[in-house]
Design a protein around this ligand. Structure first.
Ligand code: URA
Length: 433
């Protein structure tokens, strides 16, 4: 087999066989196929797409490039994955909530990059919390308390890691088959039998429209189903940040607020987090979605989910007195950003809001960057709200005034205030099962 022939075949719009895709993935992972040929194939896939069989085969080959986590000794294993966003702290709520419902949540999460945050950074903002556990400790914790969340191990789908690095610099990230196989290779390797996806659409997401997000959702659920997993995918809005608090410590604080049952503040985070946990329960046990939702709401209202959260944080070494006594730290410099006109908060460039948080210091523009876990911003106006000139739109937190200057400029450019009200886009545009 020659890589040249595979590129030529895909360039002409033909489907690659399972053997050909495996030849590519194995050869590329071993360093026998050079980056330029892998890039050419990715570009041909961008233009000509892939059939569902090709997507499933490419994913399987990438999954097999590393080790698989064996969760077969655990009951009702369920995982969730979000395609990434701003104020998207669902895992901090959904993981303990799902565990409080009797599921086994053995989860591997990522770090933030670009304008989006990552669960591992958020968890590391809790003093003492360990995101690296040995395999046995990880599985044992899930067996004992139903939940553990760790950073992705280096050997989880290494082909994807290598391929993503190339896609990132060759304008080949935004291909639905490539995104779907990249995400699903890691999810399959992580081992859960039920997987619920949260595919984001809108100004803060990879997929700018609900239709594209729906197609990505269908592609990923089909890949999972082809590999015997119970699958569902929500298509949810990133037209606004999901939560008002953006930044690592700030998002942990927001999760705690919701787990304690405090009143939601006009953003979508509580709804999405609870629906995801309920869907994990429905997929794992076969009960109806409505029943699952009722159980999830009951667990949250009774404090069981919050108790599970504290148990989880303590099990991974986190200081729960820090949480129970609300000792959440904020960066030393702060600034209120005030509106200059009356109107309605009808739209946002959510990517820019995420970037404003990064400019405060909360994010990573390069992999090597070390985020300031206490930095970020708190939105004070909610989607669709009637607002007045002089009202505080957001409070920024950073280590220096210079950072605040840059973040303020970015945040101001992200807010759209209009004379007339406008309906906000649907928070949950679709559920693909
Ligand atoms: N996230 C991934 O893990 N892979 C992609 O290709 C895009 C987003």
């Amino acid at each position: 087999m020659r890589m040249y022939d595979l590129i030529e075949k895909k360039k002409r719009g033909f489907a690659l066989s399972s053997e050909e895709l495996r030849f590519f993935v194995d050869g590329f992972t071993r360093g026998e196929i050079p980056d330029y040929q892998a890039s050419a194939l990715c570009m041909a896939i961008c233009f000509n797409g892939m059939t569902p069989e090709e997507c499933a085969d490419l994913t399987e080959a990438m999954t097999d490039s590393g080790s698989r986590v064996d969760l077969s000794s655990l009951p009702h294993t369920a995982d969730k994955h979000s395609t990434g966003g701003v104020g998207d702290l669902t895992s901090l709520i959904t993981a303990p909530l799902a565990a409080s419902l009797g599921l086994s949540v053995a989860k591997m999460s990522g770090r933030g990059l670009g304008h989006t945050g990552g669960t591992v950074d958020k968890l590391e903002s809790i003093p003492g919390f360990r995101t690296a556990l040995a395999k046995e400790e990880f599985l044992d914790q899930v067996r004992r308390i139903g939940v553990a969340v760790v950073g992705q191990t280096a050997n989880l789908a290494p082909a994807d890691k290598k391929l993503y690095a190339i896609r990132d610099v060759t304008a080949t990230v935004d291909s639905i088959p490539l995104i779907a196989s990249s995400i699903m290779s890691k999810k399959l390797a992580a081992g859960a039998e039920s997987i619920v996806l949260d595919v984001k659409y809108g100004s803060g997401a990879f997929m700018k429209t609900a239709d594209d997000a729906r197609e990505l959702a269908r592609t990923m659920t089909a890949i999972g189903a082809a590999h015997g997993r119970h699958m569902a995918a929500f298509v949810t809005s990133m037209e606004f940040p999901l939560a008002p608090q953006i930044g690592n410590t700030l998002e942990v604080e927001e999760a705690v607020r919701i787990l304690r049952g405090e009143k939601p503040r006009g953003w979508g985070i509580r709804t999405v987090a609870v629906r995801l946990a309920a869907e994990m329960l429905a997929l794992s046990t076969g009960i109806a979605s409505d029943d699952a939702l009722r159980q999830a709401e009951e667990s949250l209202a009774s404090g069981r989910a919050y108790a599970k959260f504290l148990e989880w944080i303590a099990a991974q070494g986190g200081d729960i007195s820090y949480i129970e006594e609300d000792r959440f730290e904020r960066a030393p410099c702060s600034r209120e950003v005030r509106l200059t006109r009356d109107g309605y908060f009808t739209a946002a460039d959510t990517e820019r809001i995420g970037l404003a948080s990064c400019l405060c210091g909360a994010g990573r523009m390069k992999k090597e960057d070390q985020p300031d876990l206490t930095a970020g911003l708190v939105m004070q106006i909610a989607p669709s709200e009637r607002v007045r000139a002089g009202q505080t739109a957001a409070v920024l937190y950073a280590a220096s005034e210079e950072k605040l200057d840059a973040a303020e400029e970015m945040l101001r450019s992200s807010l759209v205030i209009t004379d007339e009200p406008k309906e906000t886009p649907p928070l949950i545009a679709d559920v693909v099962r």
